[in-house]
Design a protein around this ligand. Structure first.
Ligand code: MG
Ligand code: ZN
Length: 223
């Protein structure tokens, strides 16, 4: 019985995700779903990426959290439109919540909508939000065994940003091993070593995101 309920949840989510994706395609908006554990540095990466991305395209952000609006305030301070989605304890975003949240953001003409998912390395990976590109963040503070332990977070993503690389001299984290394990799960994923604090890898990450967005077809004329 419980299995049936879960399946319905996924089916309903997938329908809403498809609706979101066709809406994005109609409007010519690219959508990125940013995943990663709590404290992996998703918001800090966005703070360093968005100023670069904004010089090329119109960016909006949907911030997913359990509570508080602090991340939305950090992103809003960059001067881009942002909406905070609060899950009230829920451990992932789903496509229906995104559907409601993106409504006001889509009023401004965006080229790119970035969804920062709830900080959690597990279930957000199970929920399609209608995005075109998934990016995972893995910080060097989390341990190099995480690709093996949380394979779903790395398997179906376009790229992985290894974050907080400025801390590498201070932590036990074998980047080569972590990257090799990600490659085993996902041979085509773009892998980038980054640090929001030092700025390392940020220009490359921004250019890569730009190239993916620019490959996205323009708005589909509604007939
Ligand atoms: Mg955050
Ligand atoms: Zn969850």
């Amino acid at each position: 019985m419980k299995i049936e309920v879960l399946r319905n949840v996924f089916e309903k989510n997938d329908q809403a995700a498809e609706q979101n994706r066709s809406r994005f395609d109609r409007l010519g908006v690219s959508c990125i779903n940013l995943l990663g554990g709590a404290g992996s540095g998703k918001t800090s990466l966005l703070e360093s990426l968005i100023p670069r991305l904004s010089s090329w395209m119109r960016v909006g952000v949907l911030e997913g959290d359990l509570a508080t609006t602090s991340d939305a305030e950090r992103i809003g301070a960059l001067g881009v439109p942002v909406v905070q989605l609060l899950t009230d304890g829920g451990c992932h975003l789903n496509a229906t919540l995104v559907q409601h949240g993106m409504e006001s953001l889509l009023q401004s003409e965006l080229d790119l909508l970035i969804i920062e998912n709830v900080g959690n390395p597990i279930c957000p990976a199970n929920f399609d939000l209608g995005e075109h590109l998934r990016i995972s963040v893995l910080s060097v503070c989390e341990g190099d065994d995480k690709p093996q332990k949380y394979p779903l977070l790395f398997k179906h993503v376009g790229g992985v940003l290894i974050s907080k690389c400025d801390l590498l001299p201070h932590v036990e984290f074998d980047v080569d091993q972590a990257e090799a394990d990600i490659r085993t799960l996902n041979p085509s994923a773009k892998l980038l070593r980054t640090s929001a604090r030092s700025g390392a890898g940020i220009a490359d990450a921004a250019s890569w995101i730009r190239s993916v967005v620019e490959r996205q077809p323009d708005a589909v004329p509604s007939s």
